[in-house]
Design a protein around this ligand. Structure first.
Ligand code: SF4
Length: 365
């Protein structure tokens, strides 16, 4: 029977590669357990992941960069040191990545052409950055070809495409008003392909790894929401998993950078935190090998994985006019009446706290 990794062209199993890098069986199993947790699977799935990864062959991957800041590439390179996640990414057969590959010029272009021509339907394409459509795509050209031309050819022939970062997933900063280059997402530029959106500014590298592990284990991309984002990473609201949530519910808010509340780790809602509107696994997976995430570090969430966040979530330091999602949350089949009650209590506490402080809410507005 065909197993998920059979379509990949490399003939060296991943586990052997990991062993060659000095990885112990124990570390490998810990990695599989962590991937099961990131993918929001029961712990018992660690064995299935281990079995699949042991047998899988090195996936061939090409990474395209268009209108971007290379932030996702930076995340890929710097996220972990040295962890198994890094090893797994390291052992992917990354056949083309302009920023990190050794070849340049015609040699580099040949590497890309070789993958597209010789591995049609067998490679994974990762796209970072938006694609400019205005004026025949002249605003982003590589090797004499426009981004749209490259994306259509490379993504159109891939087994699957991952749009990594908010620019590739939704247009991001280049598409913010007035969008002078006509920047669009991968989905808009190359409709109809097998695509997963992994937004974020940058996307969390743990989610990139988990997506690839899911692909190796189940032979398909993870289930997604209506925005094409995987549920495992975007199924839960930041506000509901935030370690400052108890302070929100208690009406304890930071009111100025560096004030007593800020030093004590209180809620950042009044400082513009968009956590109540953002669905992402930042609070549980965190960044830099699980060290921290923006809210833990003292900065509010800017909802960077939300479409058009540069236009709709700014100014970043102005608080949301209301805690959104009330109508959504009180549907029992989605999150549960309990959460709605907690949010209601939070709002009430918030108002009480403001009243006690003698602040006139209308002034904020
Ligand atoms: S408003 Fe922001 S800081 Fe406060 S609990 Fe929600 S996500 Fe956390």
């Amino acid at each position: 029977m065909k197993s998920p990794g059979d379509d990949f062209t490399e003939d060296i199993a991943l586990l052997q590669k990991l062993k060659d890098r000095g990885l112990s069986r124990r570390d490998f199993m810990k990695f599989c357990a962590a991937m099961a947790a990131t993918l929001a699977l029961p712990a018992s799935f660690a064995g299935k992941i281990a079995e699949a990864v042991e047998k899988a062959k090195r996936p061939s991957l090409v990474w395209l960069e268009f209108q971007d800041c290379a932030g996702n590439t930076e995340a890929l390179l710097r996220a972990t040191k040295p962890t198994i996640t890094e090893l797994v990414l390291d052992i992917l057969s990354i056949d083309y990545h302009e920023t990190i590959m050794a070849p340049a010029g015609h040699q580099a272009e040949k590497s890309l052409e070789d993958v597209v021509n010789n591995q049609k339907g067998k490679y994974i394409a990762v796209v970072e950055g938006s694609i400019p459509m205005a004026d025949n795509g002249v605003y982003c050209c590589i090797g004499g070809k426009s981004a749209i031309e490259i994306a259509r050819k490379v993504c159109g022939n891939a087994m699957a495409t991952i749009a990594v970062g908010t620019c590739a997933a939704f247009g991001g900063l280049p598409a913010a008003k007035p969008n002078p280059t006509g920047a669009v997402s991968v989905k808009e530029a190359v409709p109809g392909i097998t695509l997963l959106n992994l937004p974020g500014c940058p996307a969390n590298v743990e989610n990139i790894t988990a997506t690839i592990v899911h692909f190796l284990t189940f032979g398909k991309l993870p289930a997604t929401d209506e925005l094409g984002r995987p549920y495992f990473a975007h199924g839960k609201r930041i506000h509901d998993n935030c370690e400052r949530r108890a302070h929100f519910d208690a009406g304890q808010f930071v009111r100025a950078w560096g004030d007593e509340g800020h030093r004590k780790g209180w809620c950042l809602y009044e400082m513009g935190c968009k956590g109540p509107e953002a669905f992402y696994n930042c609070p549980t997976v965190k960044y830099n090998a699980g060290t921290s995430w923006p809210v833990q570090a003292g900065h509010g969430c800017i909802a960077c994985a939300v479409p058009n966040f540069w236009d709709t979530m700014t100014p970043f330091y102005k608080r949301l006019p209301n805690v959104p999602g009330f109508g959504v949350e009180n549907t029992a089949d989605k999150i549960g009446a309990g959460v709605a009650g907690v949010v209601a209590a939070g709002i009430a506490a918030h108002r009480i706290a403001r009243a006690v402080k003698g602040k006139d809410e209308s002034k904020d507005k």
